[in-house]
Design a protein. Structure first.
Length: 179
């Protein structure tokens, strides 16, 4: 060669997302009453084409793995998950998950012990690839902004999902999607 290197760049799509967070209650009380309880990081992992999982820290460097259920009946789902954002969606003080999927997006509600129960958000199947949480409408609860690539991969319509709480009393949060 003439002193110049030729490099081939190959795009790589990461088909999993990992967040290290406190999903469960602290692992042990603090010995000092002025300090908060000792906490260990847990992990919420989304996988494209595989089951989503929560890894709860045992406090000694090991984890207990829990499959994240797709609905209240305990069934599992392979959602084609690409991204996750964690925040207290239902206002109970525990981190919940909003998962961006190839099909319908899904919310998983944390029971406080690190177990999650999920349900679909809306009816749109936009091939979502990213999600962020924030109070978009100023009402004090977390809403979601979802980035989509569309069903034909030519550019999707991004959506804001406004959280209306459990507005109909069915035990599930109600979200309305806006383009």
């Amino acid at each position: 060669m003439n002193g110049r290197e030729t490099r081939l760049l190959v795009p790589v799509v990461v088909a999993a997302a990992l967040l290290l967070v406190q999903c469960s209650e602290p692992t042990e009380p603090s010995k000092d009453p002025k300090k908060p309880p000792v906490s260990s990081l847990d992990a919420f992992v989304v996988n494209c084409g595989q089951y989503n999982h929560v890894y709860l820290s045992d406090g000694d460097g090991s984890f207990t793995v829990h499959e994240v259920t797709a609905s209240g009946d305990g069934s599992s789902s392979r959602d084609g998950s690409w991204a996750v954002a964690l925040g207290d969606l239902d206002g109970d003080g525990h981190l919940d998950a909003f998962v961006a999927n190839s099909g319908r997006n899904r919310v998983y509600i944390n029971d406080g012990a690190g177990a999650f129960t999920g349900y679909d958000v809306g009816t749109d199947e936009d091939n979502s690839r990213g999600v962020a949480l924030g109070d978009l409408d100023g009402d004090g609860d977390l809403d979601a902004f979802v980035v989509n690539i569309g069903t034909d991969y030519s550019g999707g319509i991004n959506r804001a999902y406004l959280n209306h709480g459990d507005s109909d009393g069915d035990g599930c949060l109600s979200f309305t999607g806006y383009d």
